[in-house]
Structures are given as structure tokens and as C-alpha cells.
Design a protein around this ligand. Structure first.
Ligand SMILES: Cc1cc2nc3c(=O)[nH]c(=O)nc-3n(C[C@H](O)[C@H](O)[C@H](O)COP(=O)(O)O)c2cc1C
Length: 167
């Protein structure tokens, strides 16, 4: 049954979670972002929307770059920990099994075990309501076809369901 409710309707999106990494002045961090997506094919651009109060906002602003590691369905715990703790209270990397690998084109580490990773250089930033939109040029990217994506819906994490027919 259809119900009109502007607040509750916001719980019915389905997306995934990116682990956004950023590093400045030797401080590296990881935060969860549901709001991150490809916004241009050529040039290949990825956007991430970051609250101004996040420690991550300062780190991206200072360094002009960020990593996006899209969670596999084995990384729900990482998405939870990175999204419910702040670098302002100390490093998150020791709070869970955040394994990283060395990036090629940026300074921020990337998260191992993700389904895909993107190294991005900020080319634009603007305000969108209560969040900053960072637009990043993708400098290099990786994928792992042995992984399945983490599905985020109604504040909970799920595996991807079965494929359905288009006809
Ligand atoms: C699943 C999930 C998705 C989130 N998505 C976003 C997002 O897209 N943008 C954002 O600014 N914060 C988002 N958050 C909140 C931040 O991850 C959270 O405030 C985090 O503690 C900020 O960490 P920092 O201060 O170390 O940057 C999300 C949190 C969770 C759990």
C-alpha cells in the first residue's frame, strides 16, 4: 500500500557503500559513504558527498584527492565501523580488520577486499544542501571479479539477490 511520508520514504533507497579514504599531514582516514557515484563517462568522474562536519571533509579539502573502495558483501562490518566512528577520536584502522594496499597515483591508502577501488583527484567542489559535493577525476581504478557487492537498504546490509529476466 502506498503511504505518503516524506521522512520515511528516505529509508526505501537501495545502494551500496564506498569506503572513502583520505590522507593529509600523515593522518589517514576511512569513512563510509552511501552517497558516491559515477557522474561522467568521458572524462571518467566520480562524485562523493561529504558532510562538512566530517573529519574526512578536512582531509579531502587539504589533500585534493580521495580513494573510493566499494564494499564487497564481506565488508559490512567495515562499513559499519567506518561510518560510526570519527577520525577526530583517533584512527579507525585499528577498530576493525581494515587491510589496505598502496595506491599508485594518490597518497591515501585503498581498502583491500573491496569489489572495486578508484583513485581520484578533486577537480571541483560545491555545496549541495547540507553536504559538500567533491567531483574527482579517476586517475586509476581496480576491480576484483571474485567479489560480490554489499547492498545497503533500510540501514541494513544484504547480499545481492538473484538475477531476474528482462522479459
Ligand atoms: C552506511 C553509511 C553510509 C554513510 N554515508 C555517508 C555519506 O554518503 N556522506 C557522509 O558525509 N556521511 C556518510 N555517513 C556518515 C559518516 O560515515 C560518519 O559520520 C563518519 O563517522 C564520519 O567519519 P569521519 O569524521 O572520520 O570522516 C554514512 C554512514 C554509514 C554508516
Amino acid at each position: 500500500m502506498r503511504t505518503e511520508d516524506i521522512e520515511k520514504s528516505q529509508e526505501y533507497f537501495t545502494s551500496t557503500v564506498a569506503l572513502v579514504t583520505a590522507k593529509s599531514r600523515e593522518v589517514a582516514n576511512v569513512m563510509s559513504a552511501e552517497w558516491s557515484l559515477r557522474v561522467s563517462l568521458d572524462p571518467f568522474l566520480m562524485a562523493v558527498f561529504v558532510g562538512y562536519e566530517r573529519g574526512t571533509y578536512d582531509l579531502i579539502k587539504e589533500s585534493g584527492e580521495y580513494g573510493l573502495s566499494y564494499c564487497s558483501d564481506q565488508q559490512g562490518n567495515l562499513a559499519h565501523v567506518a561510518g560510526n566512528n570519527s577520525v577526530r577520536d583517533g584512527s579507525k584502522f585499528k577498530l576493525a580488520d581494515f587491510r589496505t594496499f598502496k595506491p599508485k597515483r594518490i597518497n591515501a591508502p585503498l581498502i583491500d577486499g573491496a569489489i572495486s577501488n578508484f583513485e581520484c583527484r578533486v577537480i571541483d567542489e560545491f555545496k549541495v544542501g547540507d553536504h559538500a559535493a567533491f567531483i574527482g577525476e579517476v586517475l586509476t581504478a581496480y576491480y576484483d571479479d571474485s567479489k560480490n557487492p554489499l547492498v545497503f537498504h533500510g540501514g541494513k546490509f544484504f547480499h545481492l539477490g538473484r538475477q531476474i529476466s528482462k522479459s
